[in-house]
Design a protein around this ligand. Structure first.
Ligand SMILES: [Zn+2]
Length: 262
């Protein structure tokens, strides 16, 4: 027990800003106890900033709500996920660390434009989500976390994900969904160039210091779009349960299932 205390003390000394944020959250009441689906332990969730989507963190694993929602859905809907063939495109954050550690047949991929598809580069397979080299029907699950708002040809991406899934397999993913009905297309690719229909907006990207361009702000029509371009049948799950650290903006997990011939 006292060893845990010493370890915690060292962590606080090494991360003074993080510790100050934790102290402030506890003092101001912006924290609560609960169970974290990512580190699978009793924990405390702290609101380090008002934007809960990125700053309502588990003090143990530093996960954020959408990562806990994803692991919660996997555990709830796919309890054998550790035995599945999983492809995760563009992994990042606490949930990806757990998937890689606990799933025996987990394959991660990133996309580098100058590396051949299917080739392992810096220990990670290079794949273009719009045209991957995975064999037809070879995967049980495809996972993406906040990726599909950045893909220039999402119709091709959803179709290719469907191609790689076995019948009954699912694409499980997070993506910001806006409450309005219709998707807003912010940029398109035309003749190899990006045509901006809205002012450029970028999100952080772990392998690109310039960030990732937001191509689409998905609306409630997303399940129809997926069905139209891939045949996958989608349900959208929403969450609010502070005892599981699930609260905040754009907190949805989508499950798109490959249905078999009737
Ligand atoms: Zn945790």
């Amino acid at each position: 027990m006292w060893q845990n205390g010493i370890r915690a003390g060292r962590y606080v000394l090494r991360h003074p800003r993080w510790a100050a944020g934790l102290l402030r959250a506890v003092v101001t009441g912006r924290s609560n106890r609960g169970y974290c689906a990512v580190c699978r332990r009793r924990t405390v969730f702290v609101e380090r900033e008002p934007w809960l989507r990125d700053f309502y963190q588990c003090v143990r694993c530093h996960s954020i709500p959408r990562q806990r929602a994803l692991l919660h859905v996997l555990q709830d809907q796919f309890p054998k996920w550790r035995d599945y063939a999983i492809h995760e495109s563009s992994p990042a954050g606490a949930a990806s660390i757990v998937l890689k550690r606990d799933c025996r047949r987990y394959i991660e991929s990133q996309f580098w434009p100058d590396v051949a598809p299917g080739v392992v580069h810096e220990g990670v397979r290079c794949e273009n989500l719009e045209a991957s080299t995975f064999a037809d029907g070879s995967l049980d699950l495809v996972i993406t976390q906040d990726v599909l708002e950045h893909v220039l040809w999402p119709d091709r991406a959803f179709a290719d994900i469907a191609r790689t899934l076995r019948v009954g397999g699912c694409h499980v993913f997070t993506v910001p969904i806006y409450e309005r009905d219709q998707t807003v297309v912010r940029a398109v690719e035309q003749n190899g160039k990006i045509n901006y229909l809205q002012p450029p907006d970028y999100h952080g990207n772990p392998i690109d210091p310039n960030g990732s361009l937001v191509v689409r702000e998905w609306g409630r029509d997303l399940p129809d779009y997926i069905r139209q371009h891939s045949g996958l049948v989608t349900i959208v799950l929403g969450f609010r349960d502070r005892s599981l650290g699930l609260d905040g903006e754009f907190l949805h997990v989508l499950i798109s299932r490959k249905v078999g011939p009737a």
